[in-house]
Ligand binder design. Structure first.
Ligand SMILES: [Cu+2]
Length: 132
């Protein structure tokens, strides 16, 4: 009987034991177990790093039925996350993080991603956004 030692110890110190029991039951009632909040239905998270001179990731696939919680982070200087064909043009200042929610992109296809800061696309800041 592995539980025997605990009640025996509680009996030996009845005041402390009742205090612990009250604290425990109160805690159980008012503090539900922590839960991990799932992403809202219909939303996908996308995080992209921008730096000299690349996107990580540079090949992005989006679900056209879902809104996008987009997080963009610049590791160094000002960059843009630009998809002209989808009218997406987001500037991120150097060292900054920008978060925003984009509505679902309902035009399936493959689109060019680029950074519009002069010279950056030519230096390698280009990629593809594919919408399914
Ligand atoms: Cu850039």
């Amino acid at each position: 009987m592995p539980h025997l030692p605990l009640p025996l110890r509680l009996l030996a110190t009845p005041i402390a034991a009742s205090a612990i029991l009250v604290a425990c039951s109160g805690g159980d009632a008012s503090t539900p177990a922590p839960t991990i909040t799932p992403p809202p239905a219909g939303v996908m998270a996308l995080s992209v790093e921008l730096s000299n001179f690349k996107f990580v990731s540079k090949d992005i696939t989006l679900d056209g039925t879902k809104a996008i919680d987009l997080t963009l982070h610049s590791n160094d200087v000002k960059h843009t996350f630009t998809v002209h064909a989808l009218n997406i043009d987001i500037t991120v200042d150097g060292g900054q993080t920008k978060t925003l929610r984009l509505p679902p992109i309902t035009k399936p296809g493959s689109y060019k991603l680029s950074c519009d800061i002069a010279g950056h696309e030519a230096a390698g800041m280009a990629g593809t956004v594919t919408v399914r």
